[in-house]
Design a protein around this ligand. Sequence first.
Ligand code: FES
Length: 85
Amino acid sequence: AFTVALARSGRSLEVPVGKTILEVLHAAGVPVPCSCESGTCGTCRTHMLEGVADHRDMVLMPEEKDDQIMVCVSRARSDKLVLDL
Ligand code: FES
């Protein structure tokens, strides 16, 4: 499990094993657009302010991986990700 912190609202959410960041965000009422939910369409692209992602998508270019994440499939390598949400 890891934590996602939402920079704009100051909220912190726990992402357990077996749930995606997107599912946790939606369950908490945070509106993030999505479509494929399989890391291929690019719709759920989210900016990341802190932390190291475990990228599992097919969308991001190498130079985008430091500060963007596809929240439908990717996870965290660090204990916490701070998202621009
Ligand atoms: Fe398509 Fe995340 S919803 S890449």
